[in-house]
Ligand binder design. Structure first.
Ligand code: NAP
Ligand code: MG
Length: 402
C-alpha cells in the first residue's frame, strides 16, 4: 500500500512519562506504516524544557501559529516533588498554560463514547462537550501572603497616572490575597469560538458563571456573551434550530445532571478545568476524553485531556506490565490529521483519521480493551490487554478497514 501523503507539517509536541511511551508506540504502529507523516518536532519532555529554560515550549506555540495545527502529548507540570526528580533549574510553568496564553482561544473537551462503557449518570445518552476558556483568571493570577495586620487594596493606574482604588480587606492578622484578571478581547473570542463550535456541531450552547456574587467580573462574561449573541448569532442559531442560554453556575450543574447530554457547556477557565474532569469521569474514564484548543485566529492544538499517567510509568520503569489506555492520545492525532486534511484538501488523510478512530472503537466494542475500561465495561466477552498488545489489536482492526 502506498503511504498517504501530507503537504504541510503538523506541529508535534512530545511529552512525558507514560504518555511519551504511548506516543512512540502510536507513531510506530498506527501512523508511520500508513502515512508519510510530516511533522515539525518539539520535545516538550521536562528534561528538554529544563535544558532550554522552557524556550522549546514558546517555540512550539509559535510554530503552531505558523502552521495552524498541532498535536500535543501530555506533559508534567512541575511541583516541588519534581524539582529533585528532574534536577530542575526552576519550577517551570505548565506548558499548557503557556501555550494557551500564546494562542488564546477555547478548549473543547468531549468524551469518546463506546458500547459497554455506560455513564455513571444513567440519563446521559449523548456526549457533553465542555468548552473551557483558555485565558486568565487564576491561571494568570498573582498571589500574596499577608504576614500581619495591614490594608490590601486593588489599584488601577491609567495612562495619565490617575488611580482608582478598591479596598480588598483591612487585615487584623495574617491572611492571603489573590489578583486575577481577564481581557474583554479574550472573552469576546471565547464567546465567538463557542458560538461557532455550536453552529459547526449543531448543538445547543449553555453558559454559566457566578454573576450573582461576582457582579463586575463574572457579570462582564455574561454581558459579553449576550451582546455578541444578539448582534451576530441569534439568527444563525434560529436557522440551525439550536439554542443559546445563560444560567447561574449552580443551576447549570443541576441541569447537567438531569440532562441527556448532546450540548456544549461553556465554562470559565477554572470551572472548565474541574468540570471537565468530573464529566469525563462520569462518562466512564478520564482516558476517554479528547481535547482541542481552538484559537480565534483559527489555530488548532489537539491533545488528550488526561495527564502523563505517572503511576503507570513508575510500574513501566520497574519492568512491570502496564495497561494504559492510548485512545485519547490517538484521537489527538486523528483530530490533528483530519484538520490538516481539511485545510490542505487531502481527503485520503481525512478518511484515514476516520478509519483509525473507527478501529479504536471497534476494537473496544469487540471486547479488547485496556485495564481501566475492563474494570467498568458491561460487555460479556471482554479481555484485558497490556499497553502494547492493545495498540497492536487496534492496528489489526485498522488494517482490516484500510
Ligand atoms: P493523570 O495522568 O491524568 O492520571 C490520573 C489517574 O487516572 C491515573 O493514575 C490512572 O488511574 C488514570 N488514568 C489517566 N489516564 C489514563 C490512561 N490513559 N489509561 C489508564 N488510566 C489512566 O493525572 P496525574 O497522575 O494526577 O498527573 C500526572 C502528571 O500529568 C502530572 O505531572 C501533571 O502535571 C500532568 N498533567 C498533564 C496534563 C496535560 O499535559 N494536559 C493534564 C493533567 C495532568 P490509575 O492509576 O488508578 O490506573
Ligand atoms: Mg484538570
Amino acid at each position: 500500500m502506498e503511504k498517504i501523503k501530507m503537504t504541510t507539517p503538523l506541529v508535534e509536541m512530545d511529552g512525558d512519562e507514560m504518555t511519551r511511551i504511548l506516543w512512540k508506540l502510536i507513531k510506530d504502529e498506527l501512523l508511520l506504516p500508513f502515512v508519510d507523516l510530516k511533522t515539525e518536532y518539539y520535545d516538550l519532555g521536562l528534561n528538554y524544557r529544563n535544558e532550554t529554560n522552557d524556550q522549546v515550549t514558546f517555540d512550539s506555540a509559535e510554530a503552531t501559529k505558523k502552521y495552524g495545527v498541532a498535536v500535543k502529548c501530555a506533559t508534567i507540570t512541575p511541583n516541588a516533588a519534581r524539582m529533585p526528580e528532574y534536577n530542575l533549574k526552576e519550577m517551570w510553568k505548565s506548558p499548557n498554560g503557556t501555550i494557551r496564553a500564546i494562542l488564546d482561544g477555547t478548549v473543547f473537551r468531549a468524551p469518546i463514547i463506546v458500547k459497554g462503557i455506560e455513564p455513571y449518570v444513567q440519563n446521559w445518552k449523548k456526549p457533553i462537550t465542555i468548552a473551557r476558556h483558555a485565558y486568565g483568571d487564576v491561571y494568570k493570577g498573582v498571589e500574596m501572603k499577608i504576614p500581619a495586620a495591614g490594608k490590601a487594596e486593588l489599584v488601577y493606574t491609567n495612562e495619565s497616572g490617575e488611580e482608582t482604588r478598591e479596598l480588598i480587606h483591612n487585615f487584623e492578622g495574617a491572611g492571603i490575597i489573590q489578583g486575577i484578571h481577564n481581557l474583554n478581547d479574550s472573552i469576546e473570542s471565547f464567546a465567538r469560538s463557542c458560538f461557532n463550535f455550536a453552529l459547526d456541531t449543531k448543538q445547543d450552547l449553555w453558559f454559566a458563571t457566578k454573576d450573582t456574587i461576582s457582579k463586575k467580573y463574572d457579570h462582564t462574561f455574561k454581558d459579553i456573551f449576550n451582546d455578541i449573541f444578539e448582534a451576530e448569532y441569534k439568527e444563525k442559531f434560529d436557522a440551525a434550530g439550536i439554542e443559546y442560554f445563560y444560567t447561574l453556575i449552580d443551576d447549570a450543574v443541576a441541569r447537567v445532571m438531569r440532562s441527556e447530554g448532546g450540548y456544549i457547556w461553556a465554562c470559565k477557565n477554572y470551572d472548565g478545568d474541574v468540570m471537565s474532569d468530573m464529566v469525563a469521569t462520569a462518562f466512564g474514564s478520564l482516558s476517554m476524553m479528547s481535547s482541542v484548543l481552538v484559537s480565534p485566529k483559527g489555530y488548532y492544538e489537539y491533545e488528550a485531556a488526561h495527564g502523563t499517567v505517572q503511576r503507570h510509568y513508575y510500574k513501566y520503569l520497574k519492568g512491570e506490565e502496564t495497561s494504559t489506555n492510548p485512545i485519547a492520545t490517538i484521537f489527538a492525532w486523528t483530530g490533528a490529521l483530519r484538520k490538516r486534511g481539511e485545510l490542505d484538501n487531502l481527503p485520503d488523510l481525512q478518511a484515514f483519521a476516520d478509519k483509525l478512530e473507527k478501529a479504536c472503537i471497534d476494537t473496544i466494542e469487540n471486547g479488547e480493551m485496556t485495564g481501566d475500561l475492563y474494570l467498568i465495561s458491561t460487555l460479556e466477552n471482554k479481555k484485558k490487554l497490556n499497553t502494547q498488545d492493545f495498540i497492536l489489536a487496534v492496528r489489526k482492526t485498522l488494517e482490516s478497514l484500510l
